[in-house]
Design a protein around this ligand. Sequence first.
Ligand SMILES: NC(=O)c1ccc[n+]([C@@H]2O[C@H](COP(=O)([O-])OP(=O)(O)OC[C@H]3O[C@@H](n4cnc5c(N)ncnc54)[C@H](O)[C@@H]3O)[C@@H](O)[C@H]2O)c1
Length: 252
Amino acid sequence: MAGMTFADKAVLVTGGATGIGRAACVAFARAGAQVMIGDKDAQAEETVAIIAQSGGEARFVPTDVTDPAAVEALVAACVAQFGRMDAAFNNAGVLPPQRPIHEVPVDEMNLAIDVDFKGVFYAMQSEIRHFLKVGGGAIVNTASVGALIADPNMSVYCAMKHAVSGLTKAAAVEYAQKGIRVNAIAPGFVVTPMTQHWADSADFRAAFFANNVSGRAAVPDEIAGTVLHLCSDAASFINGATIAIDGGQTAH
Ligand SMILES: NC(=O)c1ccc[n+]([C@@H]2O[C@H](COP(=O)([O-])OP(=O)(O)OC[C@H]3O[C@@H](n4cnc5c(N)ncnc54)[C@H](O)[C@@H]3O)[C@@H](O)[C@H]2O)c1
C-alpha cells in the first residue's frame, strides 16, 4: 500500500493561520511536505515558525480567498517557491453568528457565501488549472457536519457547507479521468479560535455533549490525519467523498 509520506511534495493550505488549518500545516510538514499557506491573518507567520522550529519548510502569502486573483497568485507562489504543488487543502472559513433565518443580516449572509463557498470555488479553479497542466493532484475541502445535518440558527453556514460537499462531488466526477481527486472533510465540534466561545460556554457544552455520543469536542490534530490521508496516494480510490470526523455525532 502506498504510504502517507509527503517527501519531495508541496502542498497548499488556506486558512493555515490557526485551528484545523495550522494543525494540518504542521502535520504535512512533519510528513515531509513543503507547505504554502494562504490566509488573511498574519498569525500564519506563527505556523511558519512552528514548522521551521522542527526543521520543516513553509511559506506564508497573505491571501484573501474571496479574491480570485489573490488565490491564483497563491497557487503561482507555491509553484514558484517549491517548483510544484501536489495537493491542496481548502480550509479557510468563517462561522457567522447564530441567528434564526428571519434575523440574518444580508452582510453576514454574504460574508459566509463569499468565504465558505466562493473562497473554496476560486481556490479549486486555480488548483485544478495547475493540476491539469501537471497531470493530476489531490484536493481536500473543509466542509462540516453542517454539510450532513442541520442545526438551528446556522442556516447560511449549513447551506454553504452543503454547497462545498456538492462542489466536491461535482469536481470529482468532472476531473476523475484527469488524475485529480477531490474530497471533503466534515468535522464535528473542534476547539479552535472559531469555536472557543462554544467551548467556554457551560450551557453550550451541556447541550451539545448531551446529544453527542463521544461526550467531548475534538482537538485540531484529530482532524489533520484524515486530511493527510485524503491528500496521499494511500487514498488513491477515494474520490468525491465527504468524510465525517465527528466522534459519531452524525451516526447517532
Ligand atoms: N472548529 C469547528 O468546530 C469546525 C467544525 C466543522 C468545520 N470547521 C471548518 O474548519 C475550517 C477551519 O476552521 P477552524 O475551526 O480551524 O477555525 P479558525 O478560525 O481557527 O480557522 C479559520 C481560518 O480561516 C482564515 N480565514 C477566514 N476568512 C478568510 C479569508 N477571507 N481569506 C483567507 N483566510 C481566511 C482565518 O484567518 C483562519 O486562519 C473552517 O472552514 C470551518 O468552517 C470547523
